[in-house]
Ligand binder design. Structure first.
Ligand SMILES: [Zn+2]
Length: 348
């Protein structure tokens, strides 16, 4: 059995399940021990102050008694999500808190050559540091839309190292004038590809949190289609389901898997309920003829928000806005690695 298989299996055992309090939770190579509620350490308190002082997150009005900021939870100013904000209900409030020292230790020892494990590490950050408050109670992190995960992780990073202990930057040459530009990996600098404004206005239904598209308007003879925004919860459920299917030797259709997060309204935890939802989606998908499928591919391409993993920065030399790919000069583990202050021991 290959190592990769072990990791994948470890991930599947770990995701989605409710973990009882005080039970160590095993996720791939990671072990996260749920800690009882506690006050912030002096260092974390200082980090919170530094973060708040930058006035980029949460106003005083938002920081009223309604929300507990013990344990460091801070509400995020939703306008920072820019256009991506309209893909969430208006009454949700996103909250972040800094990564704990234990969590940072876990993350900095990951095997990042394994995609499934990396995926886990990202979700682990989300799980412990991002939550959603609504008028009817708290919602888990995995209701976040798939394309926003990296933005939230960068926001948690920003908060965790608000005093500037860890700055993620790297140099690239300006594509206009060739001068070196320093790119800072911050949530603000992330670049996204959005659907066209007129497409959003015409087809996005915020109340239903879905795209409603009538193919007849585009001369395609097929019933009205409702497409739901992909979420981290659905991604996980589909991943588990697809893994189970392949274990049983069943063939999976790639095109169907691409559409599945859009076709599912929800992803029930109960496997038999999930199976039922997926069967219904499959039936709907199988009813599309060639013409309809090519139309729907076009729709999917146009409504997807691409976390393009690109950063923008203004060139200090020529003043042009330059886009570069996100890079982690010291690997993904560097995101949450605290730069060490000690003198290096040996060359390894
Ligand atoms: Zn330049």
């Amino acid at each position: 059995m290959s190592n990769e298989y072990d990791n994948l299996e470890g991930q599947i055992g770990g995701i989605g399940a409710e973990t009882p309090q005080d039970q160590p939770e095993v996720l791939g190579h990671l072990q996260h021990v749920n800690k009882p509620k506690r006050d912030l350490t002096a260092d974390e308190e200082a980090s919170k102050e530094a973060f708040l002082n930058r006035h980029r997150f949460g106003t005083d009005a938002q920081l009223d008694n309604t929300y507990s900021i013990t344990e460091g939870w801070i509400p995020i100013d939703r306008s920072l999500l820019k256009i991506r904000d309209i893909f969430y209900p208006e009454d949700w409030q996103f909250r972040v808190r800094p990564a704990t020292v234990e969590a940072i230790k876990n993350w900095s020892s990951i095997d990042e050559t394994n995609l499934a494990v990396t995926n886990n590490v990202f979700n682990e950050i989300m799980k412990s540091c991002v939550s959603i408050a609504t008028p009817v109670g708290k919602l888990p992190w995995n209701k976040i839309n798939s394309w926003d995960r990296f933005w939230f992780i960068m926001t948690v990073h920003d908060y965790t190292f608000a005093k500037g202990e860890s700055v993620l930057d790297y140099e690239e040459d300006c594509t206009e004038c060739g001068a070196p530009i320093k790119f800072n990996l911050t949530p603000d600098a992330l670049v996204y590809e959005f659907p066209d404004d007129d497409i959003i206005e015409k087809h996005w239904n915020r109340e239903k949190r879905a795209w409603i598209i009538d193919p007849a308007e585009y001369d395609v003879d097929a019933p009205v289609q409702t497409l739901y925004v992909p979420t981290l919860e659905k991604d996980d459920a589909i991943f588990q389901w697809a893994y189970a299917q392949s274990q049983q030797g069943k063939q999976l259709s790639e095109p169907f898997l691409r559409f599945l997060p859009w076709l599912l309204e929800k992803a029930p935890k109960d496997p038999s309920l999930l199976d039922k939802e997926i069967k219904a989606a499959k039936k709907r998908f199988s009813e599309w003829d060639e013409e309809m499928f090519s139309f729907m591919e076009e729709v999917r391409r146009n409504i997807t928000i691409n976390p393009s993993e690109k950063l923008k920065q203004v060139c200090p030399n020529c003043g042009e806005e330059v886009i570069a790919s996100v890079r982690f000069p010291n690997g993904i583990k560097s995101i949450f690695a605290v730069p060490s202050k000690h003198r290096k021991f040996g060359s390894k």
